[in-house]
Ligand binder design. Structure first.
Ligand code: IPE
Ligand code: IPE
Ligand code: MG
Length: 239
């Protein structure tokens, strides 16, 4: 009997290669980010169609603030425009949006926009789309350690209560299952500070495709790759 194709419950994508895509076409880096928004739309559609339940997209790292100011500003504007413009369509597709990252850097108007799309789409029950924006995994782990230490200091919990569950629950991904499948486009093979704790047993895939060229077909192909993987979790599989 043929086994049913394994579909990852949670796919996380490091959307990389926008700058190179633009450079290849003699365009500004910004044009690559703009084209990348279409890929986000396509991949969300493909994820819903395939029955993926969680899709996390790495959109802006804490380190990305160090890029030239014009590029950072262009990305911020594009992010806000997209977040404002896509809410209704995402809600229609049954997609619930969550923005994950430190909000302290954002202006009140950006925070309001973020809260608005989270509210507009809160009833979505097909797919949860997590947008990692101003996210850094090391900082996330460090903040979790601080919050656990504070709870111990206040007597709310004991040192012996600090276990894997407690740490997971203190991360920005609390209530989000660990990713099953991490894709990084553009051929780079690194995590760049993304989901370091959560990726312990994820499968990895590094297609050469630049993010603006990553379409529904590319996503389907990635799922085929995942379906061939044998996840052993340190155990032994029976033949
Ligand atoms: C990814 O594309 C988007 C962000 C990091 C915001 P890049 O902008 O990193 O594209 P490359 O790596 O320079 O091609
Ligand atoms: C990682 O890509 C961050 C995002 C995709 C948002 P970068 O292009 O910033 O990472 P490095 O510099 O190549 O490691
Ligand atoms: Mg890059």
């Amino acid at each position: 009997m043929k086994r049913e194709k394994a579909i990852p419950s949670h796919v996380a994508i490091i959307m990389d290669g926008n700058g190179r895509w633009a450079k290849q076409r003699g365009k500004e880096r910004y044009e690559g980010h703009l084209a990348g928004v279409d890929s986000v739309r396509n991949v969300v559609r493909a994820a819903v169609r395939n029955g993926v339940e969680w899709l996390t997209l790495y959109a802006f790292s804490t380190e990305n603030w160090g890029r030239p100011i014009a590029e950072v500003e262009a990305i911020m504007q594009l992010f806000c425009k997209t977040v404002v413009g896509e809410g209704d369509e995402l809600a229609r597709q049954g997609v619930r949006v969550k923005i994950m990252g430190e909000r302290t850097h954002f202006s009140p108007s950006v925070i309001e926009m973020i809260e608005r799309i989270e509210n507009t789409t809160s009833a979505g029950d097909k797919l949860t789309l997590v947008l990692a924006f101003n996210y850094s995994s090391r900082r996330e782990i460090m903040l979790a350690a601080q919050s656990l230490a504070q709870r111990v200091a206040s007597g709310e919990m004991g040192v012996e209560d600090i276990n894997e569950e407690a740490l997971s629950a203190s991360l920005m991904t609390a209530n989000i299952p660990d990713p099953d499948f991490i894709i990084r486009t553009s051929g780079e093979c690194r995590l760049s500070n993304f989901l370091l704790w959560q990726a312990s047993y994820a499968e990895f895939y590094f297609p050469e495709t630049l993010w603006p060229d990553f379409d529904e077909e590319a996503f389907d192909r990635a799922l085929e790759v995942y379906a061939e993987r044998d996840r052993r979790y340190g155990l032994v599989t029976e033949d």
